[in-house]
Design a protein around this ligand. Structure first.
Ligand code: 5GP
Length: 190
C-alpha cells in the first residue's frame, strides 16, 4: 500500500535490534484518518471472506483492530497477556514470546467470545518472527473457529515469520513488507 510505505519512509525510525518505531502515527500517537485508510484496504483485500469477528492481541493491536472492525461491522475480541494463569477451563491459553520485550507471556481469551461459529480475521500492527500470530492462530484452532486470514500493517519480511505461515497455507496479507532496513535505508518487497 503506497500510502503506508510513504508514511513509513517519512516518519519511521529504525532502532537497534531490528525494531522499527512508528510511534508518531501507529503505536503511540495514532493518526485516525490514516488508520481509516488501512481499514478500508483490509476490507477491500478480505471482501470475499465471511468474517464475523476480528481477533487481536493487547496492547498495540487493539486500537488498530477497532478501526478496521468498523469497515467489517463486526466485534473485536483481544487476547490478554496474563500475569498469572487461572486454569479453570473457561479460557483458551497459549504462550507468546514477545519480540520487543524478549519475554514469554501466557496469553488468554475467554471461551465465551470465540467458538466454532466464528470466522476470524486476525489483525496486528507488526509481524516479525511470527510468534504473536502463531499464538493467536493456536487459540483460533483450539476454539474450532475458522481462520479466514491475518491482516498485518507492517511485516518485516527479513524475519520470515510471514513466509513460514504462508507456507502452512495461512492467508497472511500485509499492507507493507520490509525486505531490509538500516539507519539510512529501508526497502520494501514489491
Ligand atoms: P513477532 O511475534 O512476529 O516476532 O512480533 C510481533 C509483535 O512484536 C507485534 O505484535 C509487535 O507488537 C511487536 N513488534 C515486532 N517487531 C516490531 C517492530 O519492529 N516495531 C514495533 N513497534 N513492534 C514490533
Amino acid at each position: 500500500m503506497e500510502l503506508l510505505k510513504e508514511r513509513i519512509l517519512k516518519d519511521g525510525i529504525v532502532k537497534p535490534g531490528n525494531v522499527l518505531k512508528v510511534d508518531s502515527f501507529l503505536n503511540h500517537q495514532m493518526d485516525i484518518p490514516f488508520i481509516n485508510e488501512l481499514g478500508k484496504e483490509f476490507k477491500r483485500i478480505f471482501a470475499d471472506a465471511p468474517i464475523n469477528k476480528i481477533l487481536t492481541i493487547e496492547a498495540s493491536g487493539i486500537g488498530i483492530a477497532c478501526i478496521v472492525a468498523q469497515y467489517f461491522n463486526v466485534p473485536v475480541v483481544f487476547a490478554k497477556k496474563a500475569q498469572s494463569l487461572n486454569l479453570d477451563g473457561e479460557m483458551y491459553t497459549t504462550k507468546v514470546e514477545s519480540f520487543t520485550h524478549k519475554k514469554v507471556y501466557d496469553v488468554i481469551l475467554s471461551k465465551k467470545y470465540l467458538g466454532p461459529e466464528d470466522h476470524v480475521l486476525i489483525i496486528d500492527d507488526f509481524l516479525a518472527n511470527g510468534c504473536a500470530l502463531m499464538g493467536l492462530i493456536d487459540i483460533v484452532k483450539t476454539s474450532g473457529a475458522v481462520l479466514e486470514g491475518a491482516g498485518i500493517v507492517i511485516e518485516k519480511g527479513f524475519q520470515h515469520g510471514g513466509d513460514k505461515l504462508r507456507e502452512q497455507g495461512i492467508r497472511v496479507e500485509s499492507l507493507a513488507i520490509i525486505d531490509s532496513m538500516t539507519n539510512d535505508s529501508l526497502t520494501f518487497r514489491e
